[in-house]
Structure formats: C-alpha cells, structure tokens
Design a protein around this ligand. Structure first.
Ligand code: ATP
Length: 320
C-alpha cells in the first residue's frame, strides 16, 4: 500500500479492520485516516468493501477485528456520541416517498429531538443550502433522482453533523445534477464539515476531493492526498513508442528488464506502450535499451495517463 498521510488528529481512524460475511473476507485488515475538514474520496470497484466500511464508521455494523474511532470515540462503545455528530446518506433513497419534502425533513428533525420552532429554522436553512427552497411542499415521489438526492442530503444536514458520510451520492445523476451536488459539498466543506464520499469512479472525485483512499477486494491500495496519487502516476511514466516493424520480439525482451512495470502492444500497428519505474529507469535509458535490441524508432512520446488509468493500475480486473 502507498501512503501519504498528513499529521493532524484524524476524524476517522481505521486500524487493521477486517470483516467477513459467511466466510467471504469483505475487508482484509484495512487501515486509513480521514482528517478534519477534508473532502475525502473513498474509491473502489463494485464489491470492494466501501459500503461495509461506511456502515462500520457510522456504527451500523460492528467490525469483527481491528479498531475504528470517530472523533476519537470507539465505534463499538460510543454509538450515541458518534451518531450525534455524523450524518449518513445511504446509496438508495429510503421509503418515505409519499411525504412532502417539508414533512420528511420535519420528521427527521423531530427524531433528532428538535423543537418545532428550531425545526422550522433548520429546515429553511438546509433547503436554502441544498437549493431546494422552491420544493418545500413537493411530494418526494414526484421529484427527479437529482432532487431526491438533495432531499436526502438535506435530511443528513438536519442535525448539523460535523462529519458527513455519503455512499455513492452521485450515482444515477445526470452531469448537471452531479456538478451541482459537488458544488453543495464544496460549500459544506467551506462551512467546516468533514466529508467522506464513496464512489466507484475516481475521475468523478478528482476535482472535488483533497484526499482519497482507494480500496480493492477489501485491501487499501492508496490513502493520502489527491496530489500524492498524481505523483504516484508520475513515478510510473508511460511512453508510447512506434517502431518501424512489429514490436513483439522487443516487447518480450523488455518484459524481463529491471524497472519495466508493464510493456504491451497497442491497437495501432507497430506501436507499444511501456510503463517503467522512475526510481530504476529513465526515458533515455529506455530508449537506449530499445536501440540495443535493434529496434528502429519512428516515434517516442510520453503518454499522459488519465486518472482512471491510475485507478486501473491500482485495482484488479474482474467484477466481484
Ligand atoms: N450482508 C452481506 N452478506 C453477504 N455478503 C455481503 C454482505 N454485504 C456485503 N457483502 C459482500 O462483501 C463484499 C463487499 O461489499 P460492499 O457492499 O462493502 O462493496 P462496495 O464496495 O460497497 O460495492 P458496490 O460499489 O457494488 O456497492 C462484496 O463481495 C459483497 O458481496
């Protein structure tokens, strides 16, 4: 695992947590931290263990092994203290669709013990914050998916939590609704909240989040700043090289060379893509190796990887 943590007392501290369902190890000794007032992405493919981790953090599921502290409180013992300070938005809308937006928020405000006049004030505030003022009396069942997500977010904000835990909030949203949701989250961060947001698409969170944890098959593959992830990418540069003839023999020879992380043909004729470890090789040394292998070079250029490629490099193939 690559790590690039900052030195602040964490809001969420996960140490060596494991969890199994009927013998299937959903989490295999995961550790990472989320720092105050960060917008922290939690990214992994389907079945990676994101929802399981979120449920443990928000005290809905007890970890079978390891330690989880939220605001310094143990999730096993301090359920009440933690629940008072967090808001969890699950990946599906709950079953209260036959209520108006106001009734729905009022119901949750009452459940949090707010008095009627407090609730009126809070509901006005959260509707403004989520840009839903005009929808106060709309039936939830008649709202678009994007609007329902905002109601769900408004509900989470009713008890003014310090930590928001959002499970795939952008899934199923059209691009505009997604951008608007991201803007609301940025505003909440400016208000001093810590936001932990899961997604299976890294590029979706790249602009939004300052830090990120990547999970795959119950293992943490990276946890740290978004910049650190991009630097990781820079330590493993990728070059696209076109030769005068098909590169198969050169690919076979390069594959065994120290410092070569990956070498493969691309769909284009005579072109190969080479990924190497910057701490062992550099581009001139790579070029020299190809020439020494009698490769005649037509073109040699750096292939700027997309963030999605960094994600693919860190995670394994196949659907779980
Ligand atoms: N209640 C359960 N019973 C049995 N297996 C479960 C249960 N909950 C989760 N799992 C399994 O644990 C693994 C992790 O699931 P989890 O829902 O945490 O993944 P995820 O990263 O949230 O996936 P997705 O992006 O598809 O929601 C998966 O293999 C899943 O099938």
């Amino acid at each position: 695992m690559i790590n690039d943590q900052q030195n602040h007392p964490p809001v969420i501290n996960i140490e060596n947590v494991s969890h199994s369902f009927k013998g299937h190890r959903a989490l295999q000794g995961i550790s990472f931290q989320v720092h105050p007032q960060s917008l922290h992405g939690f990214v992994g493919p389907n079945g990676a263990g994101k929802t399981t981790t979120l449920k443990i953090i928000c005290t809905l599921l007890q970890p079978q092994a390891g330690k989880v502290a939220v605001f310094g409180h143990d999730v096993r013992t301090a359920v009440k203290e933690i629940r008072k300070r967090i808001g969890f938005m699950p990946d599906h809308f709950s079953t209260y669709r036959q209520m108006t937006v106001f009734e729905y928020l009022d119901f949750f405000g009452a459940a949090y013990g707010l008095k009627q006049e407090q609730r009126d004030q809070v509901i006005n505030d959260v509707l403004t914050l989520t840009d839903m003022d005009g929808r106060r009396d709309s039936l939830i069942s008649g709202l678009s998916r994007g609007m329902q997500q905002r109601v769900s977010l408004a509900r989470v904000l009713v008890n003014d939590p310090d930590l928001l835990l959002l499970d795939e909030p952008a899934s199923g949203l059209d691009p505009r609704a997604r951008i608007e949701l991201m803007e609301i989250l940025q505003e909440l961060k400016r208000m001093g909240k810590t936001i932990f947001i899961s997604s299976h698409i890294l590029s979706e969170l790249a602009e939004l989040c300052d830090s990120v944890t990547i999970i795959d098959r119950g293992l943490i593959k990276y946890s740290g700043s978004m910049d650190g992830l991009l630097n990781y990418e820079q330590e493993h540069p990728v070059y696209k090289i076109t030769l005068e003839s098909e590169p198969d023999a050169i690919i076979a020879a390069l594959a065994n060379e120290p410092g070569i992380v990956n070498v493969e043909k691309t769909p284009k004729p005579r072109e190969m893509r080479v990924t190497f470890d910057m701490t062992i090789l550099n581009s001139s040394a790579l070029l020299s190796k190809i020439i020494a292998l009698n490769g005649v070079i037509d073109s040699f250029q750096r292939d700027k990887k997309h963030l999605n490629q960094a994600f693919l490099d860190l995670t394994e193939q196949g659907v779980r």
